[in-house]
Structure formats: structure tokens, C-alpha cells
Ligand binder design. Sequence first.
Ligand SMILES: Cc1cc2nc3c(=O)[nH]c(=O)nc-3n(C[C@H](O)[C@H](O)[C@H](O)COP(=O)(O)OP(=O)(O)OC[C@H]3O[C@@H](n4cnc5c(N)ncnc54)[C@H](O)[C@@H]3O)c2cc1C
Length: 83
Amino acid sequence: MSRELSAVVVGGGIGGLAAAAALGRSGVRVTVLERGDGRREPGAGLSLSPNAYRALEALGVAEEVERARRSRRRPSSVPTAGR
Ligand SMILES: Cc1cc2nc3c(=O)[nH]c(=O)nc-3n(C[C@H](O)[C@H](O)[C@H](O)COP(=O)(O)OP(=O)(O)OC[C@H]3O[C@@H](n4cnc5c(N)ncnc54)[C@H](O)[C@@H]3O)c2cc1C
């Protein structure tokens, strides 16, 4: 009999969301608890170093991040040497 694994990740920053995505891809049922209400406007660009971009690729979300970047009206940082 197999048991479903579950995990609770406290904090929905990039660290918590990356952990949740990795656990989810491994079949773990994840709940993310975030104390913020999500209404704060970040207001800053984000530079991705090559290793950060590779981590996004490994998590299977790099294309989605790239799509989001392209859809922004204002120019934003580009994952330059991300491959
Ligand atoms: C102005 C600025 C610009 C930056 N630019 C870059 C950049 O270009 N490139 C880059 O790589 N890094 C950049 N950084 C750094 C980057 O933002 C941090 O390294 C990264 O966000 C850390 O992620 P984290 O998930 O560890 O923590 P956080 O982003 O701090 O996330 C932690 C989350 O946990 C939540 N939380 C905490 N305690 C609890 C609790 N008890 N219960 C529930 N939720 C909780 C918080 O509300 C928060 O949302 C920048 C930082 C700043 C301030």
C-alpha cells in the first residue's frame, strides 16, 4: 500500500515556491503558507544568473518565466547567459 506524502512549505518567496515546485514534481502534495496578502507591488527588476535560470529549467518553469518577461510592458532584466 503506498502512502501519499504531503508537505507544508512556510513562505511563498522564490525559495518556498521553488521547494514547493520541486516537491510537487516528485509527487508530494504541497501546501504553501504565505503570511503576506500579495498586495505589495514589488517594483523592482529581477536579474537571473545562469545558475538561477538552470534551476528554473530544472523545475520546468523557465519557459513560463520567459513568457511572463516578454509580456511585461516595461523592459526588464533578461536571463542573458542562461544556457
Ligand atoms: C530590492 C531587491 C532587489 C533584488 N534583486 C534581485 C535580483 O535581481 N536577483 C536576485 O537573484 N535576487 C535579488 N534580490 C534578492 C532576492 O529577492 C532574495 O534573495 C530572495 O527573494 C530570497 O527569497 P526567499 O524565498 O529566501 O525569501 P523571501 O523572498 O523573503 O520570501 C520569504 C517569504 O516567506 C514569508 N514568510 C516569512 N515568515 C513567514 C511565516 N511565519 N508564515 C508565513 N509566511 C512567512 C514572507 O512573507 C515572504 O513572502 C533582491 C532583493 C531586493 C530587496
